[in-house]
Design a protein around this ligand. Structure first.
Ligand code: DGI
Ligand code: FE
Ligand code: FE
Ligand code: FE
Length: 187
Protein backbone atom coordinates (compact mmCIF):
# COMPACT_ATOMS: atom_id res chain seq x y z
CA UNK A 1 0.00 0.00 0.00
CA UNK A 2 1.25 3.46 -0.91
CA UNK A 3 1.81 6.18 1.68
CA UNK A 4 -0.88 8.52 0.33
CA UNK A 5 -3.53 5.80 0.33
CA UNK A 6 -2.62 4.71 3.87
CA UNK A 7 -2.64 8.28 5.18
CA UNK A 8 -6.04 8.93 3.59
CA UNK A 9 -7.47 5.83 5.30
CA UNK A 10 -6.09 6.67 8.72
CA UNK A 11 -7.02 10.34 8.49
CA UNK A 12 -10.70 9.37 8.52
CA UNK A 13 -10.18 7.50 11.81
CA UNK A 14 -8.42 10.28 13.71
CA UNK A 15 -8.90 13.80 15.00
CA UNK A 16 -6.68 16.50 13.50
CA UNK A 17 -4.06 16.54 16.30
CA UNK A 18 -3.79 12.77 16.34
CA UNK A 19 -3.33 12.76 12.56
CA UNK A 20 -0.53 15.32 12.89
CA UNK A 21 1.06 13.08 15.55
CA UNK A 22 0.75 10.13 13.16
CA UNK A 23 2.59 11.95 10.36
CA UNK A 24 5.32 12.81 12.88
CA UNK A 25 5.61 9.15 13.91
CA UNK A 26 5.79 8.14 10.23
CA UNK A 27 8.63 10.56 9.46
CA UNK A 28 10.53 9.58 12.61
CA UNK A 29 10.06 5.85 12.00
CA UNK A 30 11.44 6.19 8.46
CA UNK A 31 14.43 8.11 9.76
CA UNK A 32 15.15 5.43 12.39
CA UNK A 33 14.62 2.61 9.86
CA UNK A 34 17.31 4.19 7.65
CA UNK A 35 19.75 4.51 10.57
CA UNK A 36 19.24 0.95 11.84
CA UNK A 37 18.68 -0.86 8.55
CA UNK A 38 15.04 -1.84 9.10
CA UNK A 39 12.49 -2.28 6.28
CA UNK A 40 11.53 1.31 5.45
CA UNK A 41 8.20 0.46 3.82
CA UNK A 42 7.11 -1.62 6.83
CA UNK A 43 8.22 1.09 9.26
CA UNK A 44 6.21 3.64 7.28
CA UNK A 45 3.00 1.58 7.22
CA UNK A 46 3.25 0.44 10.86
CA UNK A 47 3.73 4.05 11.95
CA UNK A 48 0.84 5.33 9.81
CA UNK A 49 -1.57 2.77 11.29
CA UNK A 50 -0.20 2.53 14.86
CA UNK A 51 -3.02 4.63 16.43
CA UNK A 52 -5.75 3.47 14.00
CA UNK A 53 -8.07 2.40 16.86
CA UNK A 54 -7.37 5.38 19.14
CA UNK A 55 -10.91 6.81 18.88
CA UNK A 56 -12.94 3.62 19.05
CA UNK A 57 -15.25 3.47 22.05
CA UNK A 58 -14.23 1.53 25.14
CA UNK A 59 -17.26 -0.70 24.56
CA UNK A 60 -16.13 -1.66 21.05
CA UNK A 61 -12.53 -2.23 22.14
CA UNK A 62 -13.64 -4.33 25.10
CA UNK A 63 -15.90 -6.44 22.89
CA UNK A 64 -13.06 -7.09 20.44
CA UNK A 65 -10.62 -8.00 23.25
CA UNK A 66 -13.11 -10.59 24.50
CA UNK A 67 -14.32 -11.94 21.14
CA UNK A 68 -10.85 -12.18 19.61
CA UNK A 69 -9.47 -13.81 22.75
CA UNK A 70 -6.78 -11.24 23.30
CA UNK A 71 -5.03 -11.25 26.70
CA UNK A 72 -7.96 -10.73 29.09
CA UNK A 73 -5.76 -9.10 31.72
CA UNK A 74 -5.86 -6.00 29.49
CA UNK A 75 -9.40 -5.40 30.76
CA UNK A 76 -8.13 -4.99 34.34
CA UNK A 77 -5.75 -2.22 33.24
CA UNK A 78 -6.10 1.21 31.68
CA UNK A 79 -8.25 1.46 28.51
CA UNK A 80 -5.34 3.54 27.16
CA UNK A 81 -3.63 0.20 26.52
CA UNK A 82 -6.45 -1.26 24.45
CA UNK A 83 -6.07 0.66 21.19
CA UNK A 84 -2.77 -1.09 20.43
CA UNK A 85 -3.92 -4.75 20.19
CA UNK A 86 -7.37 -3.69 18.95
CA UNK A 87 -5.67 -1.51 16.34
CA UNK A 88 -3.63 -4.45 15.05
CA UNK A 89 -6.84 -6.46 14.68
CA UNK A 90 -8.78 -3.69 12.91
CA UNK A 91 -5.91 -2.80 10.60
CA UNK A 92 -5.90 -6.44 9.53
CA UNK A 93 -9.67 -6.87 9.18
CA UNK A 94 -10.77 -3.40 8.01
CA UNK A 95 -7.73 -2.18 6.08
CA UNK A 96 -6.54 -5.62 4.93
CA UNK A 97 -2.93 -5.40 6.01
CA UNK A 98 -1.71 -8.96 6.54
CA UNK A 99 1.99 -8.42 7.18
CA UNK A 100 2.63 -9.87 10.66
CA UNK A 101 5.69 -7.68 11.26
CA UNK A 102 3.58 -4.56 10.75
CA UNK A 103 0.68 -5.92 12.83
CA UNK A 104 3.02 -6.83 15.71
CA UNK A 105 4.56 -3.36 15.69
CA UNK A 106 1.05 -1.90 16.05
CA UNK A 107 0.06 -4.51 18.67
CA UNK A 108 2.99 -3.74 20.98
CA UNK A 109 3.45 -0.01 20.42
CA UNK A 110 2.05 0.96 23.84
CA UNK A 111 3.32 -1.73 26.26
CA UNK A 112 6.26 -3.12 24.37
CA UNK A 113 7.10 -6.77 25.05
CA UNK A 114 10.19 -8.87 25.79
CA UNK A 115 12.35 -9.62 22.73
CA UNK A 116 10.93 -6.81 20.62
CA UNK A 117 11.85 -6.88 16.94
CA UNK A 118 13.77 -3.98 15.40
CA UNK A 119 10.56 -2.80 13.71
CA UNK A 120 8.64 -2.90 17.02
CA UNK A 121 11.34 -0.88 18.75
CA UNK A 122 11.37 1.69 15.96
CA UNK A 123 7.61 2.27 16.12
CA UNK A 124 7.66 2.38 19.94
CA UNK A 125 10.45 4.97 20.00
CA UNK A 126 9.12 6.98 17.05
CA UNK A 127 5.78 7.23 18.87
CA UNK A 128 7.62 8.55 21.92
CA UNK A 129 9.95 11.08 20.25
CA UNK A 130 8.09 12.37 17.16
CA UNK A 131 8.54 16.16 16.78
CA UNK A 132 5.13 17.13 18.19
CA UNK A 133 5.82 15.43 21.54
CA UNK A 134 6.90 17.62 24.41
CA UNK A 135 7.33 16.19 27.87
CA UNK A 136 10.19 16.02 30.36
CA UNK A 137 12.99 13.80 29.10
CA UNK A 138 11.90 13.60 25.48
CA UNK A 139 14.95 15.45 24.15
CA UNK A 140 17.27 13.04 25.89
CA UNK A 141 15.50 10.08 24.26
CA UNK A 142 15.55 11.90 20.89
CA UNK A 143 19.32 12.13 21.07
CA UNK A 144 19.76 8.55 22.34
CA UNK A 145 17.52 7.19 19.60
CA UNK A 146 20.03 8.19 16.92
CA UNK A 147 22.93 6.60 18.83
CA UNK A 148 21.67 3.45 20.49
CA UNK A 149 18.13 2.23 20.05
CA UNK A 150 18.07 -0.08 23.10
CA UNK A 151 19.38 2.63 25.42
CA UNK A 152 16.69 4.97 24.07
CA UNK A 153 14.05 2.28 24.57
CA UNK A 154 15.21 1.70 28.13
CA UNK A 155 15.06 5.42 28.92
CA UNK A 156 11.58 5.72 27.39
CA UNK A 157 10.31 2.79 29.47
CA UNK A 158 11.96 4.16 32.59
CA UNK A 159 10.27 7.54 32.02
CA UNK A 160 6.89 5.97 31.24
CA UNK A 161 6.90 3.74 34.33
CA UNK A 162 8.04 6.63 36.52
CA UNK A 163 5.33 8.87 35.04
CA UNK A 164 2.65 6.25 35.70
CA UNK A 165 3.89 5.61 39.23
CA UNK A 166 3.82 9.34 39.99
CA UNK A 167 0.14 9.29 38.99
CA UNK A 168 -0.42 6.16 41.13
CA UNK A 169 -1.51 4.36 37.96
CA UNK A 170 -1.40 0.57 37.77
CA UNK A 171 1.35 -0.63 35.45
CA UNK A 172 0.59 -3.34 32.94
CA UNK A 173 2.84 -6.40 33.43
CA UNK A 174 4.10 -6.32 29.80
CA UNK A 175 5.38 -2.80 30.41
CA UNK A 176 7.46 -4.11 33.34
CA UNK A 177 8.49 -7.21 31.40
CA UNK A 178 9.77 -5.03 28.58
CA UNK A 179 11.70 -2.87 31.04
CA UNK A 180 13.26 -5.95 32.69
CA UNK A 181 14.14 -7.49 29.33
CA UNK A 182 16.03 -4.39 28.15
CA UNK A 183 17.62 -3.83 31.58
CA UNK A 184 19.05 -7.35 31.53
CA UNK A 185 20.28 -7.01 27.96
CA UNK A 186 22.01 -3.71 28.68
CA UNK A 187 23.95 -5.19 31.67
O1 DGI B 1 -1.39 6.50 21.73
P1 DGI B 1 -0.31 7.47 22.10
O2 DGI B 1 -0.81 8.57 23.00
O3 DGI B 1 0.40 8.04 20.91
O4 DGI B 1 0.82 6.71 22.95
P2 DGI B 1 0.87 5.22 23.54
O5 DGI B 1 0.04 4.32 22.73
O6 DGI B 1 2.31 4.87 23.67
O7 DGI B 1 0.33 5.34 25.04
C1 DGI B 1 -0.97 5.65 25.37
C2 DGI B 1 -1.11 5.81 26.87
O8 DGI B 1 -0.96 4.54 27.51
C3 DGI B 1 -0.14 6.75 27.54
O9 DGI B 1 -0.87 7.83 28.12
C4 DGI B 1 0.49 5.98 28.66
C5 DGI B 1 -0.40 4.77 28.78
N1 DGI B 1 0.31 3.57 29.22
C6 DGI B 1 1.39 3.00 28.64
N2 DGI B 1 1.79 1.93 29.34
C7 DGI B 1 0.93 1.80 30.37
C8 DGI B 1 -0.02 2.84 30.29
N3 DGI B 1 -1.02 3.01 31.18
C9 DGI B 1 -1.09 2.14 32.20
N4 DGI B 1 -2.06 2.30 33.10
N5 DGI B 1 -0.22 1.10 32.35
C10 DGI B 1 0.80 0.88 31.47
O10 DGI B 1 1.59 -0.05 31.63
FE1 FE C 1 -0.88 4.70 20.75
FE1 FE D 1 4.24 4.75 23.01
FE1 FE E 1 0.86 7.27 18.98
Amino acid sequence: MKREEALAIVRKQLKEQRYIHTVGVMETAIELAKIYGADIQKAELAAIFHDYAKFRTKEEMKRIIIEQQMPQDLLAYSPELWHAPVGAYLVQTEVGIQDEDILQAIRYHTSGRPNMTLLEKIVYIADYIEPNRSFPGVDEVRALAREHLDVALFRALQNTIQFLMDKREPIYPDTFHTYNDIAQKLK
